[in-house]
Design a protein around this ligand. Structure first.
Ligand SMILES: O=P(O)(O)O[C@H]1O[C@H](CO)[C@@H](O)[C@H]1O
Ligand SMILES: [Mn+2]
Ligand SMILES: [Mn+2]
Length: 400
């Protein structure tokens, strides 16, 4: 370390998929008009409030194009702004890696018509199981439509989406979790490089009664690529700053650059785990991903569910704010949009919100529009006096 850290601890929270309006390049993705926060607010109507987020300055981010009732406040206690992504894709890996200084500039492999038969044949030879479906699908619809067939045949349900993902859904009574993980690891080993270069292989276990009664379990596992260069997590780790991942963070970075962490079963659990860390003596960087917004509501196009999840997050945020010390900095952002009122079931290319708060700051700094997302990680590095990589500009000195 080259200087004394301004904050002992930085807590970074990613509200997975909660965007704040179409990004400048939304048209390239067919996502003009997407607005996760704004449209959830429209759906809930004029009385809807998220008191703790609003106090920090959530509404102030959109002072130029105010949301229905998530309005700017006169004296926000946090710094506020929004960020635009430069990565070629709009998936979680793109968003998180870019936040940590490594934009994914080469588009990853994308299979809108399904994966080549050759790949499926290898998976079948390895697993002894036939592969069915093999096209873009909603992960709950695919179980509804093919769960009975899997129950009868033991075939593997393979599907993809608008992202660079190969997902394998498995009824746990037919394909035990260990077997599913092994098959996914094998699929991962086949798809790291061209011609596949798939961003993520995702194990999707579920329990099944019938096509209208099934539950996807929290044993979901994401197998990403190894970051192809150092991320800010590696830079922190190398400098001796502790790094801790909560929720999906460890999966997203394949564990690289993370000292330690914890898997979670829900957003609520993720916030409780974060709060427990903040109550402890831990120092360094705590990095939390809250995935329910995305997996349970955004892709399901369920604005009511998303709204309730935001209300719960806001409530738990209140608890977190109340226990933070003057030497803590909290930064809240998202990795991409997933407007639950938009067409289709995919992520949406949006700005992501940026809020920063510490009890030792006066608040009210307008951080404006930041791009790329790398400014987030650059700020963490700057705080701990760690030299940054090629991308990103710290906003540490803009906090007041
Ligand atoms: O529809 P489900 O299975 O939730 O899958 C979604 O989750 C993936 C990862 O976010 C996305 O690419 C999309 O396919
Ligand atoms: Mn995501
Ligand atoms: Mn998603």
């Amino acid at each position: 370390m080259t200087k004394e850290a301004q904050f002992d601890r930085i807590i970074g929270i990613v509200t997975d998929s909660i965007g704040i309006g179409e990004a400048p390049d939304a048209a390239k993705f067919g996502d003009e008009g997407a607005d996760t926060y704004g449209h959830i607010n429209d759906f809930k109507g004029a009385g809807w409030q998220l008191p703790n987020l609003m106090k920090l300055g959530l509404g102030n981010i959109r002072a130029d194009n105010p949301m229905l009732s998530l309005k700017p406040v006169a004296e926000p206690t946090g710094a506020f702004g929004k960020m635009a992504e430069i990565s070629a894709g709009k998936d979680s890996m793109d968003g998180h890696w870019e936040m940590m200084g490594l934009p994914v500039l080469e588009p990853l492999g994308f299979f809108p018509h399904g994966f080549p038969q050759e790949l499926l044949d290898k998976i079948t030879a390895f697993s002894g199981r036939k592969c069915i479906v093999n096209k873009p699908y909603s992960g709950t619809d695919v179980i509804h439509d093919y769960g009975d067939e899997q129950l009868a045949t033991g075939d593997l349900i393979i599907y993809t989406s608008g992202d660079s993902v190969l997902q394998i859904a498995a009824n746990l009574a037919i394909i035990p979790l260990e077997e599913l993980y092994k098959i996914c690891e094998y699929a991962r080993s086949l798809t790291r490089t061209a011609p596949y270069h798939v961003g993520r292989v995702i194990a999707r276990p579920y329990t099944y009664i019938d096509k209208d009664h099934f539950t996807r379990t929290s044993d979901r596992h994401d197998y990403t690529l190894l970051p192809d260069g150092p991320t800010d997590l590696d830079r922190l780790q190398k400098a001796g700053i502790a790094t801790y991942g909560v929720g999906k963070i460890n999966d997203i970075f394949s564990g690289q650059g993370l000292d330690d962490g914890v898997h979670t079963v829900s957003n609520e659990d993720g916030m409780n785990q974060t709060i427990a860390q903040v109550k402890s003596d831990r120092r360094g960087f705590i990095f939390t991903n809250l995935v329910d917004f995305d997996a349970m509501y955004g892709h399901r196009r369920n604005p009511e569910g998303d709204a309730e999840a935001l209300e719960l997050f806001d409530k738990q945020l209140g608890e977190l704010l109340s226990i933070m010390r003057p030497s803590d900095l909290l930064m809240i952002t998202s990795d991409h949009g997933n407007d639950p009122t938009f067409k289709g079931t995919d992520h949406t290319r949006e700005y992501v919100p940026l809020l920063a708060y510490s009890p030792s700051l006066q608040g009210g700094a307008n951080l404006g529009i930041r791009s790329p997302f790398c400014d987030f990680g650059a700020t963490v590095l700057d705080n701990f006096g760690v030299q940054q990589g090629e991308y990103g500009k710290s906003f540490l000195h803009e906090l007041k």
